[in-house]
Design a protein around this ligand. Structure first.
Ligand code: F6P
Length: 317
């Protein structure tokens, strides 16, 4: 194997993974081409070689130096064929795809339909890649959201207010659940779980009677809008309620040590897997050890552990 390519989505730790992939490849004299703007750049032939030096000073940077984009064209047969042509024209013998479900679905298609050697590296703040314990970026996202939540708590406590904090997660409550537990929040609303606003309001009123004066409720963006929940609580309880939407700050920023470490380990393992002729696989940790699982499995919906965490959040309220 002489040359491989890499394309990515964005989240904290992706640059650390690019760096580790390039430098691991250098050990074997394998060239790495960086593909810009994800699958769209692959279709358009937007790529250039990455050297050991060109990935200097990026280990601590959020986002992706390769930039990224959503590609409607890659959903079409013509787009996929053009993407494969770019790889063949540039003599790219293997591809590492760093991203979440969408990116890994594309990786599976390239491997499965076009026999392209492809290895996926899971990177998504939602941590919703099936069969993968931890995706790159999820730990940073939880820590960024927690940092914001701790600051919000200062005002919640000082002014005796209710706050509804909206975190990312369209289909998956991973961030919401972790932040609610780590932040000592009273309630969490998840895409995977139904809730009763009336019950929540009644609990707030009852708590208030007993002297509990501040609440923080975390809501995953896919479940409800923080503003709607805050309005309902205020209307029902008459208590001052504010909403905060954390948004994309959770996806950016300086990666945590944990994310940099899994980025390095995953990328190095992905390079070894490509070199060993493996394809259509996704790297992961299983009980602390690196392994690979089929991409077909990785892109299936993930069942995240809700109940034990939720129960604990409620016990500790
Ligand atoms: O999948 C990662 C994620 O950040 C989700 O948590 C969020 O719902 C979505 O992407 C937002 O996507 P976009 O940045 O395209 O609006």
């Amino acid at each position: 194997m002489k040359r491989i390519g890499v394309l990515t989505r964005d989240c904290a730790g992706v640059n650390a993974a690019i760096r580790a992939l390039v430098r691991s490849a250098c050990v074997y004299g394998i060239e790495v081409y960086g593909i810009f703007r994800g699958y769209q750049g692959l279709i358009e032939g937007d790529l250039k070689p990455l050297t050991r030096r060109s990935v200097s000073g990026i280990i601590n940077l959020g986002g992706t130096i390769l930039k990224t984009a959503r590609s409607k064209q890659f959903q079409t047969l013509a787009g996929q064929r053009q993407a494969v042509k770019t790889l063949r024209d540039n003599k790219i013998e293997g591809l590492a795809v760093i991203g979440g479900n969408g990116s890994l679905t594309g990786a599976h298609q390239l491997a499965n339909k076009y026999s392209m050697p492809v290895i996926g590296i899971p990177a998504t703040i939602d941590n919703d890649v099936n069969g993968v314990e931890m995706s790159i970026g999820a730990d940073t996202a939880v820590n960024v959201a927690l940092d914001a939540l701790d600051k919000i708590r200062d005002t919640a406590t000082s002014l005796e207010r209710i706050f509804v904090v909206e975190v990312m997660g369209r289909d998956c409550g991973y961030i919401a659940l972790r932040v609610a537990l780590a932040g000592g929040c009273e309630e969490v609303l998840l895409p995977e779980k139904s809730f009763s606003i009336k019950t929540i309001c009644e609990e707030i009123v009852e708590g208030n009677i007993q002297g509990k004066v501040s609440w923080i409720i975390v809501v995953a963006e896919g479940k409800a809008k923080a503003a709607d929940i805050a309005k309902k609580i205020n209307t029902f309880t008459g208590l001052e309620t504010r909403e905060v939407v954390l948004g994309h700050i959770q996806r950016g920023g300086r990666p945590t040590a944990f994310d940099r470490i899994i980025a390095a380990r995953y990328a190095n393992y992905a390079l070894e897997a490509l070199k060993a002729g493996k394809s259509d696989k996704c790297v992961t940790l299983k009980e602390g050890k690196l392994t690979i699982i089929p991409l077909a499995k990785a892109i299936r919906p993930k069942d995240i552990e809700i109940n034990a965490y939720y129960k604990l959040i409620r016990i500790l309220t």
